[in-house]
Design a protein around this ligand. Structure first.
Ligand SMILES: Cc1ncc(COP(=O)(O)O)c(C=O)c1O
Length: 451
């Protein structure tokens, strides 16, 4: 049996138990993995719903243009629907969003206008303002406005909520959602609370968003608003999709914690999910003291990791933002049982060097002459010299000496050290606070990076 078009694949996404990553949580945690939607995000659901409602209300006519300010996922859903139904799309987005997201939207036929992030929503340059202006200028256009369009939350009330209720056989006790427009959390939360008012609905917000404070105090505090790195959730205003009575608690997750958890989900569960999914699970950890063994927590995982390959899944991007707890030269040395450097003098014999290598199970030995580092001997270097001339054991180290190892600052991160290591050079040296040399080898670096 076939489907009539791609839009018929939207919804009915799997609910998948998390295993290793939740070992420090007392309860069952299930992930509603929304990247199984054709546009790889949950937003396909509400995009199609909003379009269908607009069609029914006569807000868009055949051949018309869909206009929206979107960080990518809603745009993808709208663009897929537009392909099938024969509309044009113009999207505005911010320069904070990953380039991949913009390119993907263009791939499915949308025109994308990138606007500055760090301006007020009312600023004429903001992506809200630009999309609103275009909607007045482009003939036969429909401005979607996912923030205030209540068909957004309706989609989740009709689909996401019932799916979770059925898939858990009514056992769900907590719903956890990284929240932006509010559509997902309010639509899903309302449905589930109508089924069982004891279900707790937890909202995950980002630092730099005013939603949590608004929820707790009713105050729209612009001091809460500042630029942040997390994508897709948190807001600098309160969209109309919010109906706070369906939310029990808000918690905030840092940009770093969300990113680190997203990477762990990929590695530990094989779930290559988006940034906000990491934030969502981190939020469960934030509130874990409230959880009991019988609880069944459902996390909504909004989108796919492919949209973040240049960001969260890029080691350099993570390093530059201080999101990776990278070990330094100093930390590797301090973790060793003995901090005494094994070295050899220039006038020692090769046999003595080999004996040191055997005794300490090492491959690289720095060579000193009158306290000055003049070079090195390595197992691989000695081996190739032995192949040339079998009888080198009684020669002096000075005859087989290799260039000295590079000397680096003790606080150099290991990732940077690997630049100095190559086939001719198996180690680097650093001087500790007492002025003594310490060594980190290729083996040390590999060991530490693979942990
Ligand atoms: C990746 C991601 N996470 C979370 C959200 C928040 O979902 P909602 O807008 O339904 O609150 C969005 C919405 O754009 C998103 O794209």
């Amino acid at each position: 049996m076939w489907l009539n078009n791609i839009l018929e694949t939207i919804g009915n996404t799997p609910l998948i138990k998390l295993n290793k990553i939740t070992k420090d949580l007392p309860c069952t945690v299930l992930a509603k993995v929304e990247y199984f939607n054709p546009g790889n995000s949950i937003k396909d659901r509400m995009a199609l719903k909003m379009l269908e409602v607009a069609e029914a209300e006569g807000k868009i006519k055949p051949g018309g243009t869909i206009i929206e300010g979107t960080s990518g996922n809603t745009g993808m859903g709208l663009a897929l629907a537009a392909c099938v139904k024969g509309y044009k799309c113009i999207f505005t987005t911010t320069d904070k969003q990953s380039k991949e997201k913009v390119d993907i939207l263009k791939a499915v036929g949308a025109e994308v206008i990138v606007c500055p992030t760090n301006v007020e929503p009312e600023d004429p340059r903001s992506y809200y303002s630009v999309s609103k202006r275009l909607a007045t200028e482009v003939p036969n256009s429909w401005y979607v406005n996912q923030y205030d369009n209540l068909a957004n939350r309706q989609a989740h009330y009709e689909q996401t909520g019932p799916e979770i209720w059925t898939q858990t056989e009514g056992k769900v006790t907590h719903l956890v959602v990284a929240t932006g427009t509010g559509g997902t959390i309010i639509g899903t939360g309302k449905y589930l609370k109508e089924k069982n008012p004891n279900i707790k609905v937890w909202a995950i917000d980002s630092y730099g968003s005013l939603l949590k404070k608004y929820f707790e105090t009713g105050e729209l505090d612009n001091n809460e608003v500042y630029p942040y790195i997390s994508e897709g959730f948190g807001e600098d205003f309160v969209p109309e999709n919010y109906d706070m009575q369906y939310i029990d608690e808000f918690t905030k997750v840092t940009d770093k914690d969300g990113a680190v958890m997203a990477r762990r989900l990929a590695k530990e569960e094989g779930l290559f999910i988006g940034y906000s999914c990491g934030s969502c699970l981190q939020g469960v950890y934030n509130l874990k003291d409230q959880l009991k063994p019988d609880d069944v927590v459902v996390c909504i995982f909004h989108d796919h990791g492919s949209r973040y390959v240049g960001k969260v899944y890029n080691d350099e991007w993570m390093l530059e933002r201080g999101f990776l707890d990278v070990k330094t030269f100093r930390q590797v040395v301090n973790a060793r049982k003995s901090q005494k450097l094994i070295s050899i003098n220039n006038d020692a014999t090769v046999l003595e060097a080999i004996n040191l290598m055997k005794k300490y199970d090492i491959e690289n030995i720095p060579v000193f002459e009158n306290g000055v580092n003049v070079g090195a001997v390595s197992e691989s270097g000695l081996f190739s010299k032995m192949l040339e001339n079998g009888d080198i054991k009684n020669k002096s180290v000075s005859e087989v000496i290799e260039p000295p190892y590079p000397i680096v600052n003790m606080d150099t991160p290991l990732e940077k050290l690997s630049q100095f290591i190559n086939k001719d050079n198996g180690a680097v040296l650093g001087k500790d606070d007492s002025g003594s040399f310490q060594i980190v080898t290729k083996y040390d670096i590999i060991q530490s990076l693979s942990k």
